[in-house]
Design a protein around this ligand. Structure first.
Ligand SMILES: [Zn+2]
Length: 315
């Protein structure tokens, strides 16, 4: 019995010893920790989870990456062509620019150069086209004028002088003659005829005895020369067929009204001269007479010179 008791005690003793020795217990736990490394692999599974998570994350990124990749190729492809094109353009533009500049520069001076030296004569710039010329002749005919078409007139003394399509006007209105006739441009003759019809003839009807206008005593007609009465050397409108000078008006009763300085005469002759001189500015762009300068004391200078803004010089 004692032996059994002893055994029991012995058996029991270790138990209390283990119970007392809590420290040794860790030993078996230390032994467990050895397998613990095995459980370490279990932490690996969480790693797998991470990987899964990563994979899950990857898949999303993967598709976007694919999407990105897929779009990039097209974008790249689209970008490439335009890039190539622009590259080609700049390459072409650079060579084309210098090329274009060269031709543009060269022709410009080349064109400007010939134009200046060419310098068509002044009279040629006044040449009427067929329609304008024909219309003018028709106007003269309808007013009852008598005239002849003449060949072009030029002057070796000055290439600017001349009339490209002149007419020899002998009668601007029916029954009104120009002594000796006068060479001029058709438009000059047309203005002269209208002025005589609208103002001179009616004015003459108010003179004593109501004389009928039958003729004009001309001064200068066509003449290649510079202007008279001033220091300038500009070409006279007479040298282009644009001017006509009147020294006197002749009437059917044999009387005349000669252009002369008339001031404070207090008679109808003075009134007539003032009237025709003033109304001439309605038909001609230049009217000069007595008082304008010494050169115009004995005649009326009338011309149709075109000035900027339609300016008229009436003195
Ligand atoms: Zn004149």
């Amino acid at each position: 019995m004692r032996a059994l008791v002893a055994l029991l005690i012995a058996a029991l003793l270790p138990a209390p010893v283990f119970a007392q020795d809590d420290r040794p217990l860790p030993r078996p736990e230390e032994a467990r920790p050895e397998p613990a490394p095995k459980p370490v692999p279990p932490p690996a599974p969480p790693a797998d989870r991470d990987e899964k998570a990563k994979e899950q994350a990857d898949p999303p990124p993967a598709p976007p990456s694919e999407a990105k990749e897929s779009p990039p190729p097209p974008v790249a492809s689209e970008a490439t062509p335009p890039r190539d094109a622009p590259k080609a353009d700049p390459a072409q533009s650079t060579p084309s620019d210098p090329a274009s500049k060269d031709p543009a520069d060269t022709p410009a001076p080349a064109e400007a150069a010939p134009v200046k030296p060419a310098g068509p004569p002044l009279h040629a710039s006044l040449r009427e086209d067929d329609f304008t010329y024909s219309a003018c002749l028709l106007d003269l005919t309808l007013m009852g004028a008598s005239y002849e078409e003449r060949p072009a007139v030029t002057d070796s003394a000055d290439p600017d002088c001349g009339i490209d399509r002149p007419i020899q006007l002998t009668s601007p209105l029916p029954g009104v003659e120009i002594d000796g006739g006068a060479l001029m441009r058709c438009d000059t003759a047309r203005h002269l005829a209208r002025w005589l019809r609208d103002f001179v003839r009616p004015s003459a009807a108010l003179l004593p005895g109501q004389p009928r206008l039958v003729g004009l005593v001309p001064g200068s007609t066509y003449q290649c020369r510079a202007t008279v009465g001033n220091a300038s050397e500009k070409l006279s409108e007479h040298a282009l067929g644009n001017a006509f000078d009147i020294a006197a008006f002749r009437f059917a009763d044999g009387s005349k009204v000669e252009i002369a300085p008339r001031q404070d005469d207090g008679d109808l002759t003075e009134a007539f001269q003032h009237a025709v001189r003033g109304t001439a500015c309605l038909h001609f762009s230049t009217v000069l007479g007595p008082g304008a300068n010494a050169a115009h004391d004995n005649h009326l200078h009338l011309d149709i010179k075109a000035r900027k803004g339609g300016f008229r010089l009436c003195q």
